[in-house]
Ligand binder design. Sequence first.
Ligand code: 6PG
Length: 258
Amino acid sequence: MSAQVIVHRDKTTLAAAVAARLVTTITDVQAEHGEAHVVLTGGSMGNALVEALVDSPAAPAVAWELVHLWWGDERYVERESADRNATQAREAGLGRMAALGLDPANVHELPATDDAEGDDIAAAAERYAAELARVAAGSARRGPHGVDVPAFDVVMLGVGPDAHVASLFPGKATLDVTDRTVVPETDSPKPPPARLSLTMPALCTADEVWLLVAGEDKAEAVAAATGGADVHEAPAAGVRGRRRTLWLVDEAAAGDLP
Ligand SMILES: O=C(O)[C@H](O)[C@@H](O)[C@H](O)[C@H](O)COP(=O)(O)O
């Protein structure tokens, strides 16, 4: 199934539209299943989405106590570091979502360097994989194809100017990992070098994958990835939702599209 591109006027409109889409999608999932699993992204788009979501008048329509939040990747640094996607999301307003019913135990942050694994980034990756497997095993909502993750309803991903997604970068061996759900990256071309990332097969278990992209500096990456570039050159080209793949972009990011 081919990906669909939806263009919004600018970044603010895009964030508001994605927040509205997320509320509606989670509400639909909950009408059928109760529990929902959403994978958040970092980056400025991820933060803009959290801000828009918390302020959305429709946010209370979601039964947040039944929502699990995960991340597609994380910088492997100390837990309170401002570099962490999770820290930035908290600052963008995720912390305030407890008031809406979100259970902090269902907010699944990736490990940090001040956790028990310390410098052992491979062990940290294994622990997050184990957490994904544990939650899947304890739930009626398991991922498909025998991949040991919960049923991700939506995976959201920012896209870098080099077309990277999560912490899967062009030319890296991590792109070809298929036997695990979480991998370490110790030599990221974008600082900081140490990161943890969901793998391509784990991301692609999602019912819906939404690529969220704003800004002129992303136009080339959007055109390449939607135009059928090789996944090793444009990792964003390789992520597909089982039911739907949406590129949700602003006009500037859509600038190089035919
Ligand atoms: O880990 C990182 O270095 C960033 O989180 C990165 O992966 C980001 O998600 C994309 O580069 C899109 O970033 P923007 O949404 O800020 O454009």
